[in-house]
Structure formats: structure tokens, C-alpha cells
Write a protein of this length. Structure first.
Length: 202
């Protein structure tokens, strides 16, 4: 595949945050909101950047960035956000979309470069650290939009199942000294993230 000039980035910020108890996009970590940390980390890696939210009722304002919304219906998780990003990219003539989760503040600064290498001769690639896949952190050809929409018609919501049904490229990262895909699911995770931030300056 070609370089980052053909790639849009999408921050998936449409989660329901049930365990955290508050909207993760606005959650502060070291004085900065997670959405701002994600923008600062992803923007240098892509040609253009958008943000995904679940619906119009989701309070999410990101001045200067396009916000795309999931298709109407029940909350279908990050797969719906990926679909919304692919539809937007296809409509705008963009060939590839890299997706990241807003609640993962230390995702790699070389994410898109390594995903691009793993996507050679394929139509998708995803991240892995250790033995664990992180399929929300993926690079997707926008032509996958129609196939993904068909896949979701039967209420299938697992990004991992979608990936495993295809021949996805895999980009690898180490889990030590910290897992770059550590994410914040509940309040206790904030302390762990602050420790990583202080010790490793990722």
C-alpha cells in the first residue's frame, strides 16, 4: 500500500463508559482529556483526522475536526464506529482508515507506519501486543464498508470475529516495559495510567 498521505485517522469515542461512570473522551489524565491525548498522538501519523461518536445525543465537541456518527439503531460498539469511518472515507475518496480507541492513551506513535507495512497485499491489518490482538487498532481499506455493513445486519458486533473472518495483517508490539494498548475501563485504571505516564513518558 502507499504512504500516510492516503490514510485518514479516526478516533473511536462512542463507547458507553458503563464501568468508568463518565464519558471517557473527556476524562482527564495528567491534566489532559483523553480525546486531546489521542488527537496529539494520531494526528502526526495520518493525512486527515476525524472523530466517531455513537449518536447525535452523545456530547462530543472537537473543534476543528469532523465528527462522524454511527448509523441509527442499537449501540453496536466499535464495529459501528469503524463502519461509520469507512463510509465517510469512501464518500470522500479516501482509500484507507486507521482507527484507535479514545481510552488507550499510550498507543504507539508508529502505529500507522507498522500497520501499513502489515497491510501490504491485504485489505486490513490490526495490532497485537504479546499474544493479544487489539483489533480496534486497525488499518482498513474503505472498500470494506459494504461487506462490513452486511456482516453487521445479523447483529454481529465483535471486531475480533470480523478480523478473524479475513486474512488480516498483524503488526506486533512488545508488552514490556508497559503495554502500549493498556486502556482505561474503570476508575482504578487511571492510577495505573498515571504511573505509566510518570515512569516511562510514553
Amino acid at each position: 500500500m502507499s504512504g500516510s498521505g492516503d490514510i485518514a485517522g479516526c478516533i473511536l469515542a462512542g463507547g458507553q463508559s458503563r464501568r468508568m461512570g463518565e464519558d471517557k473522551a473527556g476524562l482527564l489524565l495528567g491534566g489532559a482529556a483523553l480525546i486531546d491525548l489521542a488527537i496529539a498522538r494520531l494526528k502526526p501519523q495520518v493525512a486527515t483526522l476525524i472523530v466517531n461518536r455513537h449518536d447525535e445525543a452523545t456530547s462530543l465537541e472537537v473543534p476543528g475536526y469532523k465528527v462522524v456518527t454511527d448509523a441509527p439503531g442499537d449501540h453496536q460498539g466499535p464495529l459501528a464506529g469503524i463502519l461509520a469511518a469507512l463510509v465517510w472515507a469512501r464518500q470522500n475518496g479516501i482509500e484507507w482508515v486507521a482507527t484507535v480507541a479514545v481510552d488507550t492513551p499510550f498507543f504507539p506513535r508508529d502505529l500507522v507506519r507498522k500497520l501499513s507495512q502489515a497491510a501490504r497485499d491485504k485489505d486490513m491489518a490490526v495490532a497485537r501486543s504479546g499474544a493479544r490482538l487489539h483489533p480496534v487498532f486497525g488499518l482498513w481499506k474503505s472498500t470494506l464498508a459494504s461487506a462490513l455493513a452486511d456482516y453487521m445486519k445479523d447483529s454481529r458486533r465483535s471486531v475480533q470475529h470480523w478480523v478473524l473472518a479475513h486474512e488480516a495483517g498483524i503488526a506486533e508490539w512488545p508488552k514490556e516495559p508497559y503495554d502500549p494498548f493498556f486502556n482505561l475501563n474503570e476508575a482504578a485504571d487511571v492510577n495505573t495510567a498515571l504511573r505509566i505516564q510518570a515512569e516511562y513518558r510514553p
